[in-house]
Design a protein around this ligand. Structure first.
Ligand code: F6R
Length: 242
């Protein structure tokens, strides 16, 4: 695992964007695994800037997103499809039909998850997976648990995740209680993984993920077993590293 320390979020976003840009330049028809949330927003802004400057072409890129709230319509401004469109896809030349997010409107969890696993398989596999890190060590919506769930599955969101994500909703009661997420195996199958982590509230989780025991109680700890992981984190996020 390679750790890149940055002084702040701005530098983190620039460095992370450079990794993704290199992937797109090396393999124009690559498959990007993408994440939502605060952590990658700066990275997306940087990538948009590179596209606008004429330095990047996404026309042959495909993408699969990690997760989606169950029950939210893609037009809902809190859905992850909406997030991806407004924060990234609408501003670059990616073909929307090649961007995939789990179908939050599918009430049948088994059907939704099986279909999404098939979509991931049909892309041919993720070349570069971008991840954020939850304060409880989650990746995607793989919450701390007794087992590593391998495939796409429906999860009950942990109280700490509902608490952390309520800032995006009018009230905590509006935060969906369930989500569809790619499983740990699907994440680990990516050829390369890029984790972006910012802020002191992530410091505990990051130290456990990188240096602690590998356990499903800290889902991100499984990344220690992946042969090609780059963590780009700011000083605050790395402040509790032993
Ligand atoms: C989002 C996702 C989550 C977030 C994590 C951190 O698609 O998969 O695992 O990466 O909750 O969220 P932020 O970046 O908002 O702190």
């Amino acid at each position: 695992m390679k750790i890149v320390k940055t002084k702040d979020y701005e530098e983190l976003s620039r460095k992370a964007a450079n990794f993704i840009a290199a992937q797109v330049i090396m393999k124009p028809n690559c498959v990007l695994g993408l994440a939502t949330g605060s952590s990658p927003m700066g990275t997306y802004k940087q990538l948009i800037q590179m596209y606008e400057n004429g330095d990047l072409d996404f026309s042959n890129v495909s993408s699969v997103n990690l997760d989606e709230y169950k029950g939210l319509n893609p037009e809902n401004d809190q859905s992850y499809r909406y997030f991806m469109n407004t924060n990234f896809f609408d501003h670059i030349n990616i073909e929307k039909c090649r961007t995939f997010v789990p179908n939050g409107l599918e009430p049948d969890s088994d059907k939704c998850c099986a279909e999404y696993d098939q979509i991931i398989a049909q892309t041919g596999g993720v070349d570069l997976q971008l991840l954020g890190l939850g304060r409880n060590g989650h990746i995607g919506f793989n919450e701390p648990s007794d087992v590593f769930e391998s495939k796409t599955h429906c999860v009950d969101l942990a109280p700490s995740t509902i608490e952390a994500n309520k800032r995006f909703f009018q009230s905590e009661a509006d935060v969906p209680r369930q989500a569809y997420t790619m499983g740990i195996r699907s994440i680990m199958m990516a050829k390369k993984i890029l984790v972006v982590v910012s802020g002191s509230d992530k410091a505990d989780a990051l130290a456990k993920a990188i240096c602690g025991p590998i356990t499903p109680q800290v889902p991100a700890s499984v990344l220690q077993l992946h042969p090609n992981v780059v963590v780009v984190a700011d000083e605050a996020a790395l402040s509790k590293m032993p």
